[in-house]
Design a protein around this ligand. Structure first.
Ligand code: SAH
Ligand code: SF4
Length: 425
């Protein structure tokens, strides 16, 4: 890959440099250079070849950079003490180790953190995609919920993300960068420490131990980049996350499921939400293309499926819509023979949503029926509701910020103030 191609893959850093005041731009970043952060081994190799690193050295150099970027979390080429001075200078002249811009960080009362992240602009017409990424700490694990697309082309009727118009696929580097941003922010690198008072797991493991592709977007509509990103995130010489601790959630893109299992070898979650096609057609409209039977057949054929590697079925609890005893019994009947967990998700309302969350007693009763049939049926505790970080509440704040920018321009307030307001709302 030529430097310009690498720049396209990783995005130009011009925008993030401009926004230094509101975020941490990597120290020593060369203005205009493409960031190497998030690249796959092959992309890194191409980037090195493009600045004249000889073929015979490439493998060794990639291994060195890989260690610094993904194991140590380096933010400056000068840290790379086992790389010769001359090459370090060349690298710094052509590239950066910059992260995408963190526009705002919100911390929930329960310790959940939500970052609004702006990706570098990819060209004159692109202002830089904005996505949200959520960190959910527990005592024995830390789960990062990542986005795979800006917005979503699907329009599930209960999901906030589906109402967003702007949609594009994230590059694999942009997906990986979400993990890097999280590790930076919570001090999850060797020799780093978490911020004062931050809630992080206390079991001695990594602060980010699990990844769920449950943020914005449909991962299987961006499967090439999702598979590449998972490759980088799970590489043992770098970020080192276990593939069994990575879960990809899909609304049911049946033709891509087998490939995900075969190539990414991750855990699978299915957004089922209804047990009858007529209702699922409305709640999860992709059902009109791939119905419940096709979806469950694809689940039965998912590579690696076993009792130790069950599929998680997500089921959002919508009052009076899909939450009856009969629905629960039908759910159990449908899943017969599939090693499964059922995850009941209390519906998270968002401004303008037309559903209500089922009453607590109803959720308990539903859960009881599922449990009695032999399935684990945990009710997902809503996290970060106060900062709109819970499932389905994610939607980049671009539109909101634009409206505010207009308002503030009218009042003669500079645009910088707009982003400051993004915090803590
Ligand atoms: N597009 C993928 C992954 C992102 S959505 C998918 O649909 O699976 C992650 C999960 O949150 C899905 O199960 C989705 O159905 C659920 N979800 C969406 N909106 C929600 C809401 N308002 N309340 C609760 N869960 C919601
Ligand atoms: Fe897209 Fe998933 Fe939301 Fe449906 S639930 S609109 S597939 S993000």
């Amino acid at each position: 890959m030529a430097v310009s191609d690498a720049a396209r893959a990783a995005g130009s850093t011009a925008l993030s440099i401009e926004k230094t005041a509101e975020m941490h731009v990597a120290a020593g970043a060369a203005p205009g250079g493409a960031s190497l952060v998030g690249l796959t081994r092959d992309q890194l190799k191409d980037s090195l070849a493009a600045i004249g690193v000889p073929e015979r050295e490439l493998k060794m150099r990639v291994a060195q950079l890989w260690h610094w970027i993904y194991f140590r979390g380096a933010t400056d080429f000068s840290e790379m003490t086992n790389v010769g001075k001359e090459l370090r200078a060349k690298l710094a002249a052509a590239y950066t180790l910059a992260r995408p811009t963190v526009v705002s960080e919100q911390v929930s009362k329960d310790g959940t953190r939500k970052w609004l992240i702006r990706m570098p602009s990819t060209g004159p017409l692109d202002k830089g995609a904005e996505i949200e990424c959520v960190y959910i700490p527990e005592v024995d694990r830390g789960t990062l919920c990542v986005s795979s697309q800006v917005g979503c082309t699907l329009t599930c009727s209960f999901c906030h993300t589906g109402t967003q118009r702007l949609v594009r696929n994230l590059t694999s580097a942009e997906i990986v960068a979400q993990l890097i941003v999280a590790r930076d922010a919570i001090g999850d690198w060797p020799h780093a420490t978490p911020p004062e008072g931050a809630f992080v797991p206390t079991d001695g493991g990594r602060f980010v131990s699990n990844i769920v592709f449950m943020g914005m977007g449909e991962p299987l509509y961006n499967i090439d980049n999702v598979i590449d990103a998972i490759g980088v995130m799970s590489d043992n010489e770098g970020l080192g996350l276990s593939r069994r601790r990575i879960t990809v959630s899909t609304s049911g893109v049946v033709p891509q499921m087998e490939r995900l299992g075969a190539e990414a070898n991750t855990m699978l979650a299915i957004s089922l939400h209804a047990v009858r096609d007529d209702l699922r057609d409305v709640l999860v409209p992709i059902n009109r293309k791939y119905d419940i039977k096709q979806l469950l057949d694809a689940c039965r054929a998912y590579p690696g499926l076993s009792n130790a590697r069950r599929i998680t079925f997500e089921y959002v609890m919508l009052k009076g819509v899909n939450d009856s005893d009969a629905d629960a019994r039908e759910l159990v009947r449908l899943l017969k023979g599939i090693p499964a967990k059922i995850n009941l998700i209390p519906f998270n309302p968002w401004p303008g949503s037309k559903y209500e969350c089922s009453d607590w007693e109803r959720i308990e009763r539903f859960s009881e029926i599922v449990y009695r049939a032999g399935y684990a049926s945990p009710v997902r505790t809503p996290r970060g509701r106060d900062i709109l970080a819970a499932c389905g509440q994610l939607k980049s704040e671009t539109e909101k910020l634009r409206a505010r920018a207009r308002m503030m321009a009218e009042q003669g307030i500079g645009a910088e103030g707009v982003y400051a307001l993004g915090d803590g709302e």
